[in-house]
Design a protein around this ligand. Structure first.
Ligand SMILES: [Mn+2]
Length: 317
């Protein structure tokens, strides 16, 4: 299915409900609210339905979701940035109720669903696909649309740093920046502004950073006590994984999060060559070569030793 086909279908649709994956990120939300604003500009009835309120991290954007209730009416559903309908969580029921389901995504792996599908793994973000869709719909960009797409594409490319960033990414961003919105303000809220609790937790985590194998493995174990001390909420742990692997000489980074007395959630990262999915798989987890995860049922200190030893074994080949 082409973007042009999906655009012609949406031109005829009147009542459109936009859905995205659970724990929505910047691309999920930015793409959703950009499309919603554009459809409203076209005179349609459109809404973004979320199962929970907007994550506080995005409260600097003037985004108004509709909270899910069992009686949310849906004629046409557009599911964005979601490679598998299971990732819609409770909203999956809306897929079954809708007359027509459109799916737009950029994830490589997934189980495509819906009646009209467009999946483009070459796109850095679903936001890039929405940019093309809006052009096909002939709807002019507004500051509201441009700022939402900017959030979508910037966050999924790590601020245009990741390898998924293409010339096309920058061409789209250049077009968006022609609109009068405050990109510097968005960048500040996205990348240079954290709740104090998160900063405090980061300080405790950095203090707890230890190394194995002559500094080639970096490990941070976050205890429940550290969360209590900093007043942090679980989402304040987002991004801590990066600190396990940014010290010079580190190849493998391991973040351990204590969930309970005998439950530790592990995130594994590698910088250049180590296959951390091999470590995760040996503990019944999974993921990719550079990023994977697993759960260990052991006390935090013991889990740390186990993961350090498993990572050392991978480095020794
Ligand atoms: Mn995405």
């Amino acid at each position: 299915m082409s973007i042009a086909n999906i655009a012609s279908f949406l031109k005829e649709a009147q009542d459109i409900t936009i859905l995205t994956h659970i724990s929505p990120d910047g691309d999920a939300l930015g793409s959703s609210f950009a499309l919603c604003a554009a459809l409203e500009d076209m005179g349609k009835c459109a809404k973004v339905v979320l199962p929970e309120p907007l994550p506080a991290y995005f409260s600097f954007m003037d985004w108004q979701p509709t909270l899910y209730t069992a009686d949310v009416a849906t004629q046409t559903v557009v599911a964005l940035d979601c490679g598998d309908s299971k990732r819609l969580g409770t909203l999956e029921t809306l897929i079954d109720q809708a007359e027509t389901v459109v799916m737009l995504d950029h994830h490589k792996a997934g189980t495509p669903f819906g009646d009209l599908r467009f999946v483009s793994p070459a796109s850095s973000a679903t936001g890039e696909i929405i940019f093309d869709l809006l052009a096909a719909l002939d709807v002019p960009l507004t500051p509201e649309i441009a700022s939402a797409l900017y959030v979508a594409i910037s966050t999924d490319t790590g601020g245009f740093r990741y390898s998924n960033t293409t010339p096309r990414t920058h061409q789209i961003i250049a077009k968006l920046l022609e609109l009068p919105f405050d990109a510097a303000r968005i960048n500040r809220f996205l990348y240079d502004c954290v709740p104090y609790s998160k900063l405090k937790l980061t300080a405790l985590a950095l203090d707890a950073l230890t190394f194995f194998e002559n500094g080639r493995i970096g490990v941070i174990a976050v205890s429940l006590d550290m969360l209590r001390q900093s007043g942090a909420v679980p989402e304040d742990m987002d991004g801590l994984t990066d600190y396990t692997r940014i010290a010079q000489g580190v190849e493998i980074g391991i973040l351990l999060k204590e969930k309970g007395p005998d439950e530790v959630k592990i995130s594994l990262r590698s910088n250049e060559y180590a296959d951390v999915s091999a470590i995760a798989t040996s503990f019944l987890g999974g993921g990719h070569v550079r990023a994977s995860g697993c759960v260990i049922h052991a006390p935090l200190a013991q889990a740390k030793e186990q993961m350090g030893a498993a990572a050392a074994k991978i480095l020794k080949g």
